[in-house]
Design a protein around this ligand. Structure first.
Ligand SMILES: *Cc1c(COP(=O)(O)O)cnc(C)c1O
Length: 473
C-alpha cells in the first residue's frame, strides 16, 4: 500500500471524491423544499454526534456529510428567512473549491497574481457602481465587522495616532440602531464606551440627524474629539436607511470622516429601481458592502471602498521588510498593506465568476425580487388583525409582531418570544427576533429569491397557530 500522504493528495482520489461530492450536494439541493429549514437540537447533543462519528470512523467515504447537512440551517430553502446571509449561486460555491485548492496566500502580489488582479476588478466595479470617481480604490476583506474596523482605523489615522500614540479621547457618532460591530470597533481602538456617541433614531428607526450638532458640541465640551460619523445603510435590526446626504452635509461642515456601513444595503447600488435609498453614499469617505448578504455570494466577502484611494494606505502605516521591498510605496498590488489579513482567500474569485458568467443583471434581478418580497410581507401583515408592523420596511428586512387587543406590553413580549421559540422547534420556517426600544419583534430577512407570497402566507398562518396554541395552554 502507498503511504497515506500519497493517497491523500492523489488527483485520482480527488476526481472520484469530487464527483461524489457534487452529486451529494446536488441531491441535497433538489430535495431541499421537502425538508425542514432547521432541525434544532441542543448544542451538547450535536457535539456528541460529531465526537462519536470521529471515534467510530471506519470507512473513509463521505457518508458523514449527511449529518453535517442535517444539522445545518438550510439557507437555500425558500422558507429560510432568518439572518441576512443569502443562498449562494452554486457557481460561487464551485469557485470556493478552486480557491481552496489553489490556496494562494494573496498578501503579496507574487502569492496570487490572478487573485490580486481579480480583486482589483471587483473593487473598481463596486466603486463605480457606488458613484465614486477614478481616484477611488479599496480592498476585499473578511466580513463587514472587520471591514468597519478597518475603515474606522483609517478614519483614526487622520489624527496621526498611528505615529504618535494616544492623544486624548476620541469618539465616533452612530445611530443607536447600528450594528454592534461599530461599537466593538470603537472599543477595540481603546475609545471606551464614551467613545461611541449613540444618536437616537426617529419614529422610522433612522438616525435623527437633527441631533448631530448638539451631540458634537456636548462631546467637545466633555473634551472628546469626534473623528467620524457612521451612517447605517441600512441598520441590521430594522432595515432602515439613514439619510446619508444629511450626514454628508454635517461631516463636510465639521470636517469629519464620513463612513457608511452598507454591509447589508449598499448592494442596492446594483438596482436602478432601488438605489435611491442610498442617495448621498457617493459623498462618503469609506463604504462597506458585504457580498454574502444581498449579492448571493458565500460567506465571507466584503468590499471596503475609499473615495480617495490614497486613504486606504493610511490604515496600517507599518513596516514589514520581509514582505515588501518598498514599504512606503502605495502599491495596489501588494494587498496586505491595506488589509487586516496577511494570508487571505482569493475572495474576489467568487464575485468575479458571477460577473463573468451572468453579469450584474443577475444581482439587479435578485435585488428587485427580494425587495418586492419585503413589501409583500408588509402588505400581508397589515391585512391581518392579529399582526402589526413597527415601521414600513425599506428593504427585505421586515419586523413584525403578533398582538392581541387588551394584552399588556410585557405579556406581548413574552408571547412573541414564545412564538419564535415554537417556530424554531418546528423548523418548517426559520425566522429570528429583535428588540426595538424595549419591544420584542419577530424579524425576517427575505433573502431567498424563490420565496413566494404563498410561503409568506403560510409563515403567518403557522405563527398565528403557535400563538393560539400558547394562549390555550
Ligand atoms: C451584517 C452586518 C454587519 C456585520 O457584517 P459581517 O459580514 O457579518 O461581519 C455590519 N453592519 C451591518 C449593518 C450589517 O448588517
Amino acid at each position: 500500500m502507498k503511504p497515506e500522504l500519497e493517497i491523500a493528495y492523489s488527483p485520482v482520489a480527488f476526481r472520484q471524491m469530487g464527483h461524489e461530492l457534487i452529486d451529494l450536494l446536488a441531491d441535497h439541493l433538489e430535495g431541499l423544499s421537502e425538508q425542514k429549514v432547521i432541525d434544532y437540537q441542543e448544542p451538547e447533543q450535536v457535539y456528541g454526534l460529531f465526537k462519536k462519528e470521529l471515534e467510530q470512523s471506519e470507512s473513509n467515504d463521505l457518508s458523514w456529510l449527511d449529518t453535517v447537512l442535517k444539522y445545518s440551517v438550510q439557507v437555500p430553502n425558500p422558507r429560510y428567512m432568518g439572518h441576512q446571509i443569502s443562498p449562494p449561486v452554486p457557481i460561487t460555491a464551485l469557485m470556493g473549491l478552486v480557491d481552496g485548492l489553489i490556496n494562494n496566500g494573496m498578501g503579496v502580489y507574487e502569492m496570487g497574481q490572478a487573485g490580486t488582479a481579480i480583486e482589483r476588478v471587483v473593487v473598481k466595479t463596486v466603486a463605480q457602481q457606488l458613484g465614486f470617481g477614478e481616484g477611488s480604490d479599496g480592498i476585499l476583506t473578511s466580513g463587514g465587522t472587520l471591514a468597519n474596523l478597518t475603515a474606522l482605523l483609517a478614519a483614526r489615522s487622520s489624527t496621526n495616532v498611528w505615529q504618535d500614540g494616544y492623544e486624548g479621547p476620541l469618539a465616533l457618532m452612530v445611530s443607536e440602531e447600528a450594528h454592534y460591530c461599530v461599537d466593538r470597533a470603537a472599543r477595540i481602538m481603546g475609545w471606551g464606551s464614551d467613545g461611541i456617541i449613540k444618536i437616537p433614531t426617529d419614529s422610522n428607526y433612522r438616525m435623527d440627524t437633527t441631533q448631530l450638532e448638539s451631540a458634537l458640541q456636548a462631546a467637545k465640551k466633555a473634551g472628546r474629539k469626534v473623528v467620524a460619523v457612521v451612517g447605517s445603510a441600512c441598520n441590521t435590526s430594522t432595515g432602515a436607511f439613514d439619510d446619508l446626504d444629511d450626514i454628508a452635509d454635517f461631516c463636510e461642515k465639521h470636517q469629519l470622516w464620513f463612513h457608511v456601513d452598507g454591509a447589508h444595503g449598499a448592494a442596492l447600488s446594483f438596482s436602478t429601481q432601488h438605489r435611491k435609498v442610498l442617495k448621498g453614499i457617493e459623498r462618503a469617505d469609506s463604504v462597506v458592502m458585504d457580498f454574502h448578504k444581498m449579492l448571493i455570494n458565500p460567506a465571507v466577502t466584503t468590499a471596503l471602498i475609499y473615495k480617495k484611494g490614497q486613504d486606504s494606505y493610511c490604515t496600517f502605516q507599518q513596516k514589514a521588510q520581509y514582505l515588501w521591498e518598498r514599504e512606503e510605496a502605495t502599491e495596489w498590488h501588494n494587498l496586505a498593506k491595506r488589509t487586516f489579513e496577511c494570508t487571505k482567500l482569493m475572495m474576489g474569485l467568487k464575485v468575479y465568476s458571477l460577473l463573468r458568467t451572468y453579469g450584474p443583471g443577475l444581482w439587479e434581478e435578485y435585488l428587485n425580487r427580494v425587495m418586492e418580497n419585503g413589501q409583500e410581507m408588509a402588505r400581508q401583515v397589515k391585512a391581518l388583525p392579529n399582526f402589526e408592523l413597527p415601521l414600513q420596511p425599506q428593504c427585505n428586512i421586515v419586523c413584525f409582531r403578533y398582538k392581541q387587543k387588551g394584552m399588556d406590553e410585557q405579556t406581548l413580549n413574552r408571547l412573541n418570544a414564545a412564538i419564535r421559540q415554537r417556530s424554531l422547534q418546528d423548523g418548517t420556517f426559520y425566522i429570528v427576533q429583535t428588540n426595538l426600544k424595549g419591544t420584542l419583534y419577530l424579524r425576517v430577512t427575505l433573502t431567498n429569491p424563490f420565496t413566494t407570497a404563498t410561503h409568506l402566507t403560510q409563515l403567518l398562518q403557522s405563527l398565528d397557530g403557535f400563538a393560539k396554541d400558547i394562549l390555550m395552554e
